[in-house]
Ligand binder design. Structure first.
Ligand code: SF4
Length: 363
């Protein structure tokens, strides 16, 4: 625990890291990179907030084109606040964790309507906004407003747990890790320090085979001294995810149009677009066959897909039918080559691809 570890010259650590960051930071579209020309300049809070929400559970490479697309369509937070929800959901499609997109819109509206389009500049003020939790409020406060917040993400947890060889398993060790980061954070460049910790975790202190020889902490790192960096962070044993099952139905007209419908607003993937499916149930006798099809037709089985959500694994049997144009079940028909314009979550893209392997090939 904190008081049993040897005292560390924290400011020296911070400055070693910052001088590494000045030379080796990643260039990111939402970031103001450190240089003489940008001294004292801070990143736009809207850009920081948007990127941080997108980056939760998603890689930097995957986020970059989405970030650029969002800024092109909605250059200011007030533009995003005024956008139709369906447009925002469709632009978000493919990033996953769709509750984030709904909260993104709500948060933009709160900033536009309750704060005159200006983000609050403290952690507490930011946390009071819809959908902004501890991590995002700390990250935006540090990066956009240079507040000395302890910003904790997976990268930072890995670095700090190795630096101090923290033996207690996650998630119970989070408070200790946060206290350590708070202790290390310098008052002069806290925003750059937060980004430097993230960059170090992403590029040097990687989960496997960290490049310790290049690390600014190599002379002080307790995990390296013990020759076992990869043992950290220690994690509690994982429970197996429960499985849910269901069936999905891809109906295609002779004109090459697919039947889609909208999920109800609340709950998982709320408001997103889908092909007709049964309820997703944990019952072993759940609806997984053509008895549950949305209408009578000549349905053919075409395999199954698996998709892993945060709290369960979903297995969907997929069925396909070809029908004459003009049928009018509940929903709407979309030409296959226009599917990319729909707010289809990844699980639905998997279903459609299972039924029509070329559906998302570039037309
Ligand atoms: S010395 Fe190695 S294990 Fe320690 S913080 Fe640096 S990269 Fe990570």
């Amino acid at each position: 625990m904190l008081d049993t570890l040897s005292p560390i010259p924290t400011l020296t650590h911070a400055h070693k890291l910052l001088s590494w960051y000045d030379r080796h930071h990643r260039e990111l579209p939402w970031r103001v990179s450190p240089s003489a020309a940008t001294a004292g300049k801070r990143a736009d809070p809207y850009h920081v907030w948007l990127s941080e929400v997108m980056l939760q559970q998603t890689t930097v490479q995957a986020v970059k084109p989405y970030f650029t697309k969002f800024l092109e369509r909605w250059p200011k937070v007030t533009d995003l606040a005024a956008a139709p929800s369906e447009d925002v959901m469709a632009a978000w499609a493919g990033l996953g964790y769709y509750a984030r997109a709904r909260n993104l819109k709500k948060c933009a509206e709160a900033v536009a309507n309750d704060h005159h389009g200006i983000f609050p500049d403290t952690e507490e003020g930011l946390r009071a906004l819809p959908g902004i939790g501890d991590y995002t409020s700390a990250a935006v406060a540090a990066i956009a407003f240079n507040r000395p917040s302890a910003v904790m993400d997976g990268n930072v947890e890995r670095v700090i747990s190795r630096l101090y060889a923290i033996d207690a398993p996650l998630p119970g060790s989070k408070p200790e890790m946060k206290a350590r980061v708070r202790e290390l954070t310098p008052t002069d460049r806290p925003g750059d320090f937060a980004q430097a910790m993230m960059d170090l975790g992403a590029t040097i202190c990687t989960p496997k085979r960290p490049a310790c020889a290049l690390c600014p902490f190599r002379d002080d790192c307790l995990a390296l001294a013990e020759h076992e960096p990869e043992r950290f962070p220690v994690k509690a044993a994982k429970k197996e995810k429960p499985v849910r099952v269901g069936a999905a139905f891809v109906a295609v007209t002779e004109n090459g149009e697919i039947l889609l419908r909208r999920r109800i607003e609340t709950g998982l993937l709320g408001g997103m677009t889908e092909v007709p499916t049964t309820a997703w149930t944990a019952r072993i006798d759940g609806g997984t066959d053509i008895d549950h099809a949305p209408f009578d037709s000549d349905w053919h089985p075409c395999g199954a897909i698996t998709h892993v959500f945060t709290h369960f694994e979903l297995r969907l049997s997929v069925f396909r039918t070809r029908i004459p144009a003009g049928k009018e079940p509940t929903g709407w028909w979309v030409p296959i080559e226009k599917l990319d314009d729909e707010a289809l979550p990844t699980v639905m893209k998997k279903v459609i691809t299972q039924a029509i392997p070329t559906a998302f090939a570039k037309h």
